[in-house]
Design a protein around this ligand. Structure first.
Ligand SMILES: [Zn+2]
Length: 538
């Protein structure tokens, strides 16, 4: 087997020269700093970094990727409490190491990178605070409250306090769901809210944005899908007024409606920063279709709209089966009525919709009692047309599934674009491998196997770029002064082992995962104590 050095020989050759230059600069800097601090340049007994008498964590001998896309450089990291205080070559004497350094990690032949930031995730940290699926794939911060849904509580701030008191293994950046706001203010599925109700919703949003990073919309789901342009514009003004972000699950991701749906979000972008969640084209094909989407986003940027996007690296989506039902038969009540009064129409709709979504074999059910079976499998077993199974056995609320509806060429072209960040859209118990594999798969498949982009670029798309989308200035980059969310790994050993039939296998290869300066997972073992924080928007 090739050694780490051979595998990265090019990178190392380039770095060898730079390293020796850097070492010289660091030596000079250290001597210079010591002179300034102690005016005792003549003596050799000046301790290294005397301003930090107690060091909690020292990571030595690693190759540091700063998260900004720059090449890896050999450097050590000095961490005090939850902060990186020094990045460079260290020079502690053995006696000083003993006396001043609590934990020392040798990262020789490994990469040291910022922890990944997952822009779109799901879960309830009050129920599963360990969230080991995320830690195991290198994620140290997740964004919850997605697709228009956040916990249905009047005071999300109190809920966040509860989360932090209860403990959470990784950092949480919270969003408030537009659908939830509609429910909480009694608007629910009304298309045109009464002015007084709309005002109450805007006030609740304004209040909640104090402790959240923005609002999420789920315009393909109830109740968000009922919202019209005027309401969305009013909401956007409040979000923009608070300098927050709108993250949107678009009204439709279907190839023929994608442009219109992006345009709807861009309209809100006149008033606030906007973000396309899990960008994809359902049943679109080819790289030209991707170019067209990227062009729309680039044109908007040039016109002054602050628009960003994330993707997960899989060609199957995962959501409730209601996604294939028409807008007039999505809720249980609508569905029961449609079943009685519009049965033939509903059957035709489902037959056509599933056909366009690559047929019944492309729908893999993920909820008992159908877990692991496709709609095609069920139709064969039960000797029943799949549209009847959907109507008589499952119904719009009856299951979730993975849908193999994306074209690899199209999705890969999108993923490659430097403006697109990475998210998992995963949850710890979802029947889709993205919840345990997404971030590892980027390195395993798109860097190592397919060489779509460099490791430095992949890390940038998962760290500093995501941080800047959120407006987080103290994470996502390895620099003195930033929070110490850090990964140590050999990129060649990163494996995304979760699969569609076995979606709950932890990713492999992230040897050490550090959250807020503390080791949170090491050698495949999660700590009993959790070090995540509920992040405050700036
Ligand atoms: Zn979504």
């Amino acid at each position: 087997m090739a050694t780490f050095r051979q595998r990265f020989s090019l990178e190392f050759k380039r770095l060898a020269h730079r390293a020796s230059t850097l070492r010289r600069i660091f030596k000079l800097t250290v001597i210079g700093a010591a002179c300034l601090l102690t005016s005792s340049c003549q003596q050799n007994s000046v301790p290294f970094l005397p301003e930090f008498p107690q060091i909690d964590l020292l990571i030595v001998n690693g190759m540091v990727l700063d998260g900004l896309g720059n090449d890896a450089i050999p450097a050590d990291l000095v961490i005090v409490d939850e902060q990186i205080v020094f990045v460079g070559k260290t020079a502690f004497s053995p006696a000083e190491l003993d006396k001043r350094v609590a934990v020392r990690i040798d990262a020789e032949q490994r990469i040291v990178a910022p922890g990944f930031i997952d822009l779109h995730a799901h879960g309830n940290p009050l129920v599963t605070p360990a969230l080991e699926n995320f830690l195991a794939m290198g994620v140290t911060t997740i964004c919850l409250g997605q697709d228009g849904t956040s916990p249905e509580v009047m005071n999300l701030g109190d809920w966040l306090v509860e989360v932090e008191n209860n403990g959470i293994s990784i950092n949480l950046a919270m969003f408030v769901g537009h659908g939830t706001l509609r429910k909480l203010t009694g608007i629910n599925r009304t298309a045109e809210p009464r002015p007084a109700d709309l005002l109450r919703m805007l006030e609740l949003l304004d209040e909640t944005l104090k402790y959240t990073f923005g609002m999420s919309t789920g315009l393909e789901y109830n109740p968000g899908l009922n919202a019209q342009a005027a309401e969305l514009e009013a909401l956007a003004k409040v979000v923009g007024g608070n300098d927050r972000l709108i993250m949107s699950h678009l009204r439709s991701e279907d190839d023929d409606q994608l442009e219109t749906s992006i345009q709807e979000l861009l309209n809100q972008g006149r008033f606030a920063r906007v973000h396309v969640a899990h960008l994809k084209s359902v049943y679109g094909h080819g790289s030209e279709a991707a170019e067209k989407i990227l062009q729309i986003l680039n044109d908007a940027r040039e016109a002054g709209v602050h628009v960003t996007a994330d993707m997960y690296p899989y060609n199957a989506s995962y959501t409730g089966i209601s996604i294939v039902f028409p807008v007039w038969a999505k809720t249980t009540e609508q569905f029961e009525l449609a079943r009685l009064e519009r049965r033939a129409e509903l059957e035709t709709f489902l037959r056509d919709k599933i056909a366009r979504r690559n047929g019944p074999e492309a729908t893999l059910l993920g909820t008992p009692p159908y877990t692991g079976k496709t709609l095609g499998d069920l139709a064969g077993e039960l000797e029943m047309p799949f549209e009847q199974i959907l109507i008589d056995l499952i119904g719009p609320q009856g299951s979730s599934g993975a849908y193999f509806v994306m074209d690899d060429e199209l999705q890969t072209r999108l993923l490659e674009d430097p403006q697109i960040s990475i998210a998992s859209d995963g949850r710890i118990d979802g029947f889709h491998p993205r919840g345990h594999g997404a971030f590892a798969k980027i390195i395993d498949e798109y860097v190592n196997q397919r060489q779509l982009f460099s490791l430095a670029e992949a890390v940038r798309k998962m760290t500093s770029q995501s941080a800047s989308i959120l407006g987080l200035t103290d994470r996502g980059v390895i620099q003195a002064g930033k929070k110490a969310d850090i990964l140590i790994f050999d990129p060649a050993k990163i494996k995304a082992t979760a699969t569609y039939p076995e979606p709950h296998q932890f990713a492999e290869g992230f040897d050490v995962v550090i959250v807020n300066g503390k080791i949170a997972r090491r050698a495949d073992k999660i700590t009993d104590t959790f070090f995540g924080k509920v992040l405050k928007p700036e």
